[in-house]
Write a protein that binds this ligand. Structure first.
Ligand SMILES: [Zn+2]
Ligand SMILES: [Zn+2]
Length: 349
């Protein structure tokens, strides 16, 4: 990915989420991260809000279950085995975030079910991207695993990322990223109602769910932001720190974990006094397909006037990237209503 840094646009505060309930904190974050910075003042952004909203493993898990048709509180509760406080907190966040609509129904007395809104349904490309990444990079496990079926042709879709403007296949290497002066500091992009707790260990126990490693990367706000920062060309510890507004101890632990997971590798810098930086591995670089879909989703569904911190263009056609998926069997474009996940028995050997 080629990275360009655009001049900072409008006033930093105009780029904040207007509904942010913690605007004061945001201003404090800016003041803190600005110290010692020669770049334009960092601000929270559209992308940061999307990552803050989706970067939670329970949230992703609940969305997956709703996509599978579970709408009622008790059904979701029974299938994900979450406490009432976790489930009701996440449902509240998803409803306030506009992904789910809470609808009353009568079952003796009035109860509520949760339906995906247009905004919620639009996250399906992010799920397709994450499943594709899992299939490419995680060791296969025995048992039932979800595969994407294209109902138009009836075959396994093996989705291929393409540019919706020119129809050519796209990888991270074929794109350029322009970032504004906005940072991914989203410490205040959402209310801190969720305490991050243990990563869900789901391998095999719920075949539809993401694998544990995927959840660790995507279901955690700091990790999704860290991966995004690496994709827009940030390499040095101090730059991550400033761009993410992340406490150094948290950053240090996350970077080490990303190295363990083979998402990042440490590159010793020649001629410098034992200095090093962090580079994406091929496995890490392939996460771009997921981040590209998150950027599109935020752009189309969360925008309230502020510019995105990240704009991605397709080098081959020079236009703003519209990431789509194509079925590799029939080469038709994949649409949500024409594609479904089904469980198939998989053998790792
Ligand atoms: Zn293109
Ligand atoms: Zn097809």
């Amino acid at each position: 990915m080629l990275v360009r840094i655009a001049a900072a646009g409008s006033s930093p505060l105009s780029m904040l989420a207007p509904a942010s309930p913690r605007r004061q904190d945001v201003q404090m974050d800016i003041a803190r991260t600005e110290a010692g910075s020669e770049e334009s003042p960092p601000v929270a952004s559209l992308t940061a809000r999307a990552l803050a909203l989706l970067g939670d493993h329970w949230t992703l898990y609940i969305l997956q279950r709703v996509f599978l048709g579970e709408r009622r509180y008790q059904d979701i509760h029974d299938s994900i085995n979450a406490s009432d406080s976790i489930l009701s907190n996440r449902l509240k966040t998803l409803t306030e975030g506009g992904l789910l609509a809470k609808t009353p129904y009568k079952d003796g007395r009035v109860r509520y079910e949760y339906r995906l809104t247009t905004t919620g349904k639009a996250t399906w490309r992010i799920f397709v991207a994450a499943h594709s990444w899992e299939n490419s990079w995680l060791d296969p496990i025995d048992g039932l695993r979800p595969v994407l079926i294209h109902s138009q042709c009836g075959h396994l879709a093996h989705p291929q990322l393409i540019c919706g403007k020119c129809d050519l296949p796209v990888t991270a290497r074929d794109t350029s990223v322009t970032r504004s002066g906005a940072t991914l500091s989203y410490a205040s992009a959402l209310p801190r109602r969720h305490r991050q707790n243990r990563t869900l260990a789901l391998d095999g126990s719920d075949p539809y769910a993401f694998r544990t490693e995927t959840m660790e990367i995507l279901g955690d706000r700091w990790n999704t932001a860290l991966a995004s920062a690496a994709h827009i060309g940030i390499r040095r510890f101090s730059d991550f720190e400033r761009f993410l507004g992340i406490p150094p101890t948290v950053l240090s632990a996350r970077l080490s974990r990303f190295v363990e997971l083979n998402i990042l590798r440490v590159q010793e810098l020649a001629g410098s006094n034992r200095r090093s930086d962090y580079r994406l591995t091929d496995k890490g670089r392939d996460l771009a397909a997921i981040l590209i879909q998150i950027v599109r989703w935020a752009d189309e569904n969360l925008r309230t006037g502020e510019p995105a911190s990240i704009e991605i263009s397709h080098d081959a056609c020079g236009r703003k990237l519209l990431p789509e998926y194509r079925c590799t069997h029939c080469e038709q474009r994949l649409r949500r209503r024409e594609a479904r996940f089904e469980l198939r028995e998989c053998r790792s050997s």
